[in-house]
Ligand binder design. Sequence first.
Ligand SMILES: Cc1cc2nc3c(=O)[nH]c(=O)nc-3n(C[C@H](O)[C@H](O)[C@H](O)COP(=O)(O)OP(=O)(O)OC[C@H]3O[C@@H](n4cnc5c(N)ncnc54)[C@H](O)[C@@H]3O)c2cc1C
Length: 411
Amino acid sequence: MNGDTSNDVVVVGTGPAGLVAAHGLARLGLRVTAVGLPPPGRDTRTAALFAGSVTLLENLGVGDVFATAGEPIYGIRIIDDMGSLWRAPEVTFTAQEAGAARFGYNVPNAALTDALRAREASVSNLQIIDASITRVTPGPDCVEVELGDDRRLSARLVVGADGRQSLCRQAAGIQIRGWAYEQSAVTCTFAHQRPHGGISTEFHRVTGPFTVVPSPGTTSSLVWVERPDEAKRLAGLDEGEFRAVLEERLNGLLGPVGQIGPRGVFPLSGLTASPAGRERIALVGEAVHVIPPIGAQGLNLGLRDAASIADCVADALAVGGDIGAPGVLAAYDRMRAPDITSRVWSIDLLNRTLLSRATPVQALRGLGMHMLKSVGPLRRMAIREGLAPSFVSPRLMQPQNPELQHEVSSS
Ligand SMILES: Cc1cc2nc3c(=O)[nH]c(=O)nc-3n(C[C@H](O)[C@H](O)[C@H](O)COP(=O)(O)OP(=O)(O)OC[C@H]3O[C@@H](n4cnc5c(N)ncnc54)[C@H](O)[C@@H]3O)c2cc1C
């Protein structure tokens, strides 16, 4: 192998999960290069990020993004709009009843990646390269990464954050289970007259959820799941027509709709890859799991991957070990598998219960909502586990601690 060997880690993919992994690993004193192409066009998605993700980004020095581009989320409301006989009660979970000031913040993906890119300038051992990756070749001592401009990088550990079609995953020979849903999500941000009050509202409908998430001022971001042909039609409507259908769907919740931002369409699919790492390649974010946008889980899960690989590498460094060794990747897989499996299957199940018209399924869903509405301990457990599983707490997601400081300063 004759690539540039001045890296300890190469991160392939510069979406939010890759950039966070790159910063997390650079904090350990490792020389990190992140390489990838930004998505074509501006990402129209926003992400509701919960407490652990917020702490992680604060620890990485990009917490300002919440004040400059984010909006706090104080409550999550679920409204049954299935039109079935078994109409479930409306349920609102509040951060206050969970003993927190807020659940987290809603942040545009583009603002988040911009902030992580801007932070590169103050991290001397991190560089970000905008280039395509054409080949990834694992070897016994390092992995070689070939860029579209003929440059070659090599490192003892590669973090594959290259999304759903991950080249890294293929190079490592990691198997996937993937499936498609007959659904697409229409996204945009829009202005409205009535304040959202920091409450995110998810209407459960027979074609999938219709969600409005608080954005700064009196704006909200929309994730409207429909059958693919209907989603395409909605995205193609002129602004006036789209405003009319949006207002109808909102049923007065946010008052008259004002200016509407650019719309995007995202086909929904599911994917799990196992194991999460082998052949000196660790997968993070959508390279290892893809889930439908219900309950704001995808990127929160991806950020837990990024923080967890940093933990596993820190543990290897602490004993002078090889950061890409099979044992490190096996530890990473053990750390991530229960979280990934439980999230992917619970979101898949929830989505399928929405799509099913079978009366027993609807009745069970309604019963579940009744219990969530009226049984306090169950509500609090649902809130806790909905935000993050209690068994996952990587160091970077905990308020800054002296141990972490030591790892940074001693490197
Ligand atoms: C409508 C919608 C709403 C969502 N809302 C939420 C939410 O509220 N909360 C939440 O937690 N999650 C949410 N998600 C999920 C979240 O958006 C994703 O989990 C997240 O964006 C994935 O980030 P990533 O970094 O893993 O992948 P990506 O953002 O796909 O990044 C992969 C990167 O790799 C690059 N790349 C890939 N291959 C190559 C190559 N060969 N050469 C160069 N570059 C390459 C790509 O250009 C890209 O930049 C939502 C998703 C959707 C669809």
